[in-house]
Design a binder for this molecule. Structure first.
Ligand SMILES: Cc1cc2nc3c(=O)[nH]c(=O)nc-3n(C[C@H](O)[C@H](O)[C@H](O)COP(=O)(O)O)c2cc1C
Length: 368
């Protein structure tokens, strides 16, 4: 009870240093449920919600851009996996996010892997998760979205196959999911890069990807992006992304978590690692992909981003947008505001007038 009272106090005072100390006393999944409770409640506390929007949601025209026919007020989005059931969509503007990605949702509800399946590597500001697409299923998530439509920021629906769906019926799962979410989301993401669904990453091959996006194109005109893993040779990733784009993908999200367990001192032998230790690995693969695909499609960079310098590095390398998840856990609700304010400073320092000039500027400079 004491812990809960401390948690609520810290939440109201928005003091994340204190809140984190309390949250980190709980096991990571309980801490996440508490954060979810707070964020679900936020829209019902209008003075706090409005205060947080005013404080955290940066409306500076330098950061605003139109992509997929949508306005992104700033380039920082929430990575998939934090809001698996779309219960917190309405509060993401109060955290400052320019857009959010819900999911991964599967066609049927599923419990995910046995607990414990979520771990902190505190010193390394990193997370290891083996969640396994725990979610309430497409039907319930669509109902949750219906309740908060129209949205106050763009929202992406990240979808994946059920664990029990045989590999040969995978296409049918993605067909169901695209049909369910195409009218209620602003963009869709095909997730075949989670390490926590057996054999899912095997689908990261050109033949399947071409088949998938060719099918998807017939179902909707909504932008559908492909999210890839970081544990691939650059050449393999580039070929895969090219196959996706040539078959109709509207963009690439790189990257998901890594199974390179050498990155942390005390790894668990399950799941994927995210956060600070993923930054360079994720950046390097992103950069290699951007060199080939920048200008041909929209690129989103994710993996170890929690400050303005890392976000700026990704934008300059060719990312139109970035995402963060683990960073939110370690840095708290003011992270996005700090990233965006920092980006404005860096842009002014380097003489950029707007974000479009920043995106891909490393590549443009090299071409000159
Ligand atoms: C607890 C947790 C759950 C995640 N679940 C998903 C998921 O369901 N679908 C997905 O595409 N990515 C998922 N991810 C990966 C993130 O979206 C992101 O790609 C990855 O964590 C790297 O970004 P980060 O270093 O900012 O966390 C998850 C990550 C974490 C830490």
């Amino acid at each position: 009870m004491d812990k809960i009272i401390k948690f609520l106090k810290a939440l109201i005072l928005l003091n994340y240093k204190t809140l984190k100390k309390v949250l980190f006393q709980f096991d990571p999944e309980t801490a996440h449920s508490l954060a979810e409770l707070g964020l679900r409640s936020l829209p019902y506390i209008p003075f706090l919600n409005d205060y947080m929007i005013k404080r955290n949601f940066i409306t500076e025209s330098m950061l605003s851009q139109e992509l997929f026919g949508l306005t992104f007020a700033n380039p920082v989005g929430l990575g998939a996996g934090f809001d698996k059931n779309a219960t917190m969509v309405k509060s993401m503007r109060a955290l400052g996010f320019g857009y959010t990605e819900i999911g991964t949702m599967t066609p049927r509800p599923q419990e995910g892997n046995p607990k414990p399946r979520l771990f902190r590597h505190v010193e390394e500001k990193s997370i290891q998760n083996a969640m396994g697409f725990n979610n309430e299923g497409a039907y319930t998530v669509v109902k949750n979205l219906d309740k908060v439509y129209p949205y106050n920021i763009p929202i992406g629906a990240n979808v994946g196959k059920n664990k029990t769906t045989p590999q040969e019926h995978t296409l049918s799962d993605y067909k169901t999911l695209i049909n369910k979410f195409k009218d209620i989301s602003d963009y869709l993401v095909i997730n075949i890069s989670s390490p926590n669904t057996p054999n899912l990453r095997d689908l990261q091959n050109e033949e399947f990807i071409s088949e998938l996006f060719t099918m998807a194109k017939e179902l909707t005109k909504k932008p559908i992006l492909l999210k890839i893993a970081p544990d691939m040779e650059a050449k393999v990733a580039i070929d895969l992304c090219n196959a996706a784009v040539d078959s109709g993908a509207a963009g690439i999200i790189a990257t998901n978590t890594t199974i390179d367990y050498t990155l942390v001192k005390n790894p668990k032998e399950i799941g994927g690692i995210s956060g600070a230790v993923l930054a360079d690995k994720s950046y390097e693969l992103f950069q290699a992909i951007a060199k080939e695909l920048y200008g041909k499609t929209i690129l989103i960079s994710v993996g170890g981003i929690s400050d303005c310098n890392e976000a700026y590095r990704r934008l300059k390398a060719g990312a139109s947008l970035v995402q963060s998840l683990s960073g939110l856990i370690f840095e708290g609700p003011s992270m996005v505001k700090k990233i965006n304010e920092g980006l404005i400073e860096l842009m002014k320092r380097d003489g950029f007038n707007n974000i479009q000039e920043v995106v891909g500027s490393d590549l443009k400079n090299n071409k000159e």
